[in-house]
Design a binder for this molecule. Sequence first.
Ligand code: NAD
Ligand code: WQD
Length: 342
Amino acid sequence: MKDLVLVTGGTGYIGSHTAVELIEGGYDVVIVDNLDNSTLETLDGIEKITGIRPAFEKFDLCDKDRVSQFFIKYPQLKAIIHFAAHKAVGESVEKPLKYYHNNLSSLINLIHFMDRHNVDNLVFSSSCTVYGQPRELPVTESAPTLPAESPYGNTKQICEEIICDSMRALPKLKSIALRYFNPIGAHPTGHIGELPMGVPNNLVPFITQTAAGIHQSLKVYGSDYNTPDGSAIRDYINVNDLARAHVVAISRLLNKENRSNYEFFNLGTGTGTSVLEMIRTFHKVTGISINYKIVDRREGDIEKVWADTRFANEELGWKATRTLEETLSSAWNWEKNLRGIK
Ligand code: NAD
Ligand code: WQD
């Protein structure tokens, strides 16, 4: 019998790619999402790719009664990957309670019922934002976490602390937090990808929307950073590579290969790329020149960050393999599919 994995936020961007990897990796998947930042069509995309439509339950994970009913309905559940969260950094500054309530309550409810129903395994979506601007690069897992720049970032730090404390108090439970660097791209089929609501804040969706003619030009935030071309540097990781890491993490937990009952790993490529290099690479792979304007730095942005991937490579046994070229090409392919561009 296949092991059943709950993917919370599974109709969202990273969750949907992970659902595909899980199904292809031989797991049964049930998705819980309240469709706050995604649509049901994602299930069609997952089905087109895998031939399987995962079970779907629409509800808010902050609703404790609904979470309780869910655990009763799926007694065979083996593990949870918790993606569901609000993630817009700017909005979190305007509406901090929305972020603290959603991101913390959903996690607390899940851990509460995991303990009651003997579901022992949890993988949590964390972020490199917990490191702030690290003193040393590449950033390793032993780098200190710094005070968060935003309520969103703070929810990731607090969630990690909630998990760490809960694992100490409930030693039969096991958890892995995965600290993502900058996930980008889409599934190579173009059936699923990122669906930003409104004007995107993130670089790659803004680039692809500009290429599609939705925006006149891209603002490059800052050209006076201490980097070779003056623009900020990030570690952009292909979303399918990232998704595969979750399958590895689930298998590590189910096969009891973990060293302690709370572990955390950086998920990046180990290579930093500047904003201007991203624009150039997009041009190289698509032939499209993005109109851009250099403007002031964006408040709260750090100068540069990229991952030390050795711990994930050696201990988790996972490595990002896709090139930036193929990743940007997949992002463009997805945008074209969305807009009906040939
Ligand atoms: P997303 O918004 O596409 O997906 C999140 C999904 O969770 C959405 O479908 C939303 O409807 C759902 N959701 C939110 N709150 C919910 C609730 N209370 N109950 C049920 N469903 C709920 O986001 P994503 O980019 O796929 O991010 C997934 C996770 O990864 C998030 O936890 C995010 O903070 C984290 N993360 C994302 C990035 C990134 O750049 N995308 C980077 C680091 C970490
Ligand atoms: C990347 C680079 C911008 C848009 C954010 C969150 C982080 C995580 C990932 C969720 C930066 C520059 C961007 C634009 C630009 N999210 N940029 N023009 O800021 O590294 O990380 O998303 O967990 O927590 O903070 O990603 O894609 O917004 O920006 O010049 O229109 O592109 O300044 O240097 P960021 P991003």
